[in-house]
Design a protein around this ligand. Structure first.
Ligand SMILES: *[C@@H]1O[C@H](CO)[C@@H](O)[C@H](O)[C@H]1NC(C)=O
Length: 373
């Protein structure tokens, strides 16, 4: 694998030799990329016009002016090249055209993520007042495969839209699971309550606070839910995807937090906490997610700067991967970019070496038994 790794780097460095073949077909607007060391006609910009048309119709994109259209086409082309680079760096996943293919990486980060990078870094030092360290759990009898979706603890995939509110979806997902474990009832919870009402700050940094569409953190959001009394139902406080004034009604609380804990950077402990306490909030670096289509993402190089909050719902022991990389164990991640992204809204990332920082900011919440409304 080392040789392959160096080889890939060399290829990327030279940006020349043909290694990945983009197979464009009219029925399938995605670039289905397969490894092929012989073919030379693999220019990712081949038929770019055609693919931009398919992209626009598939995702209902329209642009107000011709200038905007032309600019977005140039961004789209750059993203075709980027998808090809991602494919080389991440051969056990499939990368190609996604609904984010007309956004620059910077726009994508600003609009669709929502974890404060600098705050995520500092989180290791300072946690909200009520955060515990999760006790070490036994790990000897863990199942080889586990998925909370099979046990009814996960609501459908939601969509944060153009709002950096990922952190609120990660928070509701964890509390939805914890509430299910405490009461046997799966209730979809309100992200908008967190977006509008949670302005909880870092304990020692008053200007680093949960800030709706401008980002936040899951642990401070648990702290908010704990002090506010809980969260309302999604249907009682629906998502708008914009910052609004707080309309929280304490009488409508349906799920509340008993306590929350931070899990150590140890994959067995993460798995044990997942199985025992329900889906976990995790931070991740989302750079490979802009071009992700499916498979197990396991990039050779990925920043551990956490910029996106998601929900860990399960794990598998042997995901699909090319022969060379078979039997790759992975985490199953619920994302908040709608069902028309990734594998029906889900992402698989390999386990084993804190890839993209996925193991480094993990938290678990326990729900109080709340009176049903
Ligand atoms: C968290 O709350 C649950 C339910 O009330 C309780 O059983 C558990 O001991 C608490 N954990 C911590 C770390 O306080």
């Amino acid at each position: 694998m080392d040789r392959f790794f160096l080889f890939s780097l060399l290829i990327i460095g030279l940006a020349s030799a043909s290694f990945v073949r983009a197979d464009f077909s009219a029925e399938d607007p995605l670039i289905r990329q397969v490894v092929s060391e012989e073919d030379g006609d693999d220019d990712p910009l081949l038929n770019a016009d055609h693919h931009f048309s398919l992209f626009k119709s598939k995702f209902g994109k329209s642009y107000d002016t011709e200038e905007e259209h032309d600019y977005r086409f140039s961004v789209f082309k750059a993203n075709l090249r980027r998808a090809k680079r991602h494919q080389l760096l991440d051969p056990s996943a499939v990368h190609g055209v996604t609904k984010f293919s007309d956004l620059t990486p910077k726009e994508f980060r600003r609009t669709f993520h929502g974890v404060h990078k600098s705050r995520a870094k500092k989180l290791k030092l300072r946690l909200p007042a009520d955060a515990n360290k999760a006790p070490i759990l036994p790990t000897d009898n863990l199942p080889t495969d586990f998925d909370w979706r099979d046990h009814g603890a996960v609501t459908g995939v939601k969509n944060q839209g153009s709002c950096g509110s990922c952190w609120s979806f990660s928070t509701t997902g964890a509390l939805e699971g914890a509430h299910f474990l405490a009461t046997g009832e799966l209730v979809s919870l309100s992200e908008q309550q967190l977006v509008d009402c949670d302005h909880m700050c870092d304990p020692e940094e008053r200007d680093a606070c949960d800030a709706g569409c401008n980002g936040g953190l899951m642990t401070t959001a648990y702290e908010y839910a704990l002090t506010a009394g809980g969260l309302e139902r999604e249907s009682d406080y629906p998502y708008t995807g914009t910052d609004g004034t707080c309309k929280f009604d304490k009488n409508k609380v349906v799920a509340s937090v008993a306590n929350f804990s931070v899990v150590s950077l140890d994959e067995d402990q993460i798995a044990a906490n997942l199985v025992k306490h329900g889906p976990l909030s995790v931070g991740i670096n989302a750079v490979f997610m802009q071009t992700y289509i499916g498979g197990v993402s396991c990039p050779y190089i990925c920043s551990k700067n956490l910029d996106h909050g998601v929900l860990l719902v399960g794990y598998g022991s042997a995901g699909y991967a090319p022969i060379r990389l078979k039997n790759k164990p992975y985490w199953i991640i619920k994302n908040s970019w709608g069902e028309n992204w990734g594998e029906e809204g889900y992402y698989k990332i390999c386990r084993g070496r804190d890839v993209c920082g996925v193991d480094s900011m993990v938290s678990t919440v326990t729900a109080a038994n709340t009176v049903k409304h």
